[in-house]
Design a protein around this ligand. Structure first.
Ligand SMILES: [Zn+2]
Length: 360
């Protein structure tokens, strides 16, 4: 089986980086479509306008409706093709960026990814998560391309609600543990190929940066400030975790996240918060030493990540609830396949229940 490494063509991160959007977009054509929802537009609209003014560039803005659905992708694809744009730029959270990615896949134009929160590692990836009109996960579109550029303005990220930043830490924290498992079990990545040494090394660096800097970075972000620790953690969440998960492989943490999305009680929890619970459960499923689990629990607490089912809203689950989550988690097409042991829905339910007694 081949090993594959893939990544965005360019990654730029700085306080004030948004000022470069017009110049970067112009490198890919004279006609740009910027997709952003109205809340994000209120925050960054003027800065985007002046970044295009600075290079005598123009762009068109389309409002994102708030959900990455097939309907919304089709609507924006029509706007893109009617105006003959050469590049689409998604500005906002994961759903906006995933939608813009799918619009580019259908239109065959260049793609710029501009995350305004560091809540997941999706902005660098070639995946779009598409939801049904009822808000339930529908499918993951695996594209044949990566962003032509990822532009991250650390000032904007630091000023966004801290909970998003902390959630991004949860998502990124799982990357190394999952990549290690996929590597050791002979697993595969989202490309269907073997992981690379490079992917594994990036995942490891991601982990080290989080352990060294996350606590201080969260404190700085709470005060809306950008420190070197904030820069390190933003890079870990968006770039290293994105490259690490795609090129290193996923495992139980994300499989269990997928299962938890089916529990309505957990619907108020973010992606990264559910991944954090998935990660602790992965360690229990793999039989990691108590000290390893305790160490991760205390780190998670230090940055404000949840370590119990109750903390993500699942206060009194029935065994049937947990088995239902377990069945989704053990989907044979999902990342649970990268676990070395045979994991059943029963074992997932047991591990989820055991979590509470372990973290007390
Ligand atoms: Zn994730």
């Amino acid at each position: 089986m081949p090993r594959t490494f893939a990544s965005p063509a360019r990654y730029i991160q700085a306080a004030g980086a948004l000022g470069d959007l017009g110049r970067l977009s112009k490198q890919h054509g004279d006609s740009t479509l910027v997709v952003a929802d109205s809340d994000v537009w209120d925050i960054v609209g003027e800065q985007i306008q002046s970044s295009f003014d600075a290079v005598d560039g123009t762009f068109q803005h389309a409002f994102f409706s708030g959900e990455c659905t097939t309907e919304e992708i089709d609507r924006l694809t029509e706007i893109a093709s009617e105006s003959g744009v050469e590049i689409v730029v998604g500005v906002g959270g994961g759903k906006t960026i995933d939608t813009a990615k799918s619009v580019c896949a259908r239109s065959g134009v260049a793609f710029g990814s501009v995350p305004t929160v560091a809540s997941t590692d999706s902005p660098t990836s070639s995946l779009s998560i598409v939801y049904g009109n009822d808000g339930v996960w529908e499918t993951a579109e695996q594209h044949e391309f990566h962003p032509d550029f990822v532009l991250v303005d650390s000032r904007i990220i630091a000023q966004a609600p801290t909970r998003w930043f902390v959630s991004g830490i949860g998502d990124a924290l799982a990357t190394w543990y999952e990549a290690k498992t996929a590597w050791e079990s002979g697993g595969t990545t989202v490309f269907g190929d073997r992981p690379t040494y490079t992917g594994k090394a990036l995942a490891e660096t991601c982990h080290r940066l989080l352990r060294d800097h996350a606590e201080g970075a969260v404190r700085a972000v709470k005060a809306d400030t950008v420190t070197e620790s904030v820069e390190a953690v933003i890079e870990a969440i968006i770039l290293l975790s994105g490259l690490g998960f795609e090129n290193g492989g996923l495992a139980a943490a994300h499989a269990i996240h997928d299962g938890l999305t089916r529990l309505s009680a957990a619907s108020g929890a973010t992606h990264g918060e559910k991944v954090m619970i998935g990660l602790l459960t992965q360690l229990l499923l793999e039989g990691e030493p108590d000290d390893t689990v305790r160490d991760l629990v205390s780190f998670a607490r230090s940055v404000g990540l949840p370590v119990s089912l109750a903390a993500i809203g699942v206060t009194s689950p029935t065994r049937e609830d947990l088995l239902r989550a377990g069945r989704i988690a053990c989907n044979p097409d999902g990342p649970m396949e990268n676990e070395p042991l045979e994991i059943t829905p029963e074992r997932v339910a047991d591990a989820l229940l055991a979590l509470d007694s372990v973290v007390e």
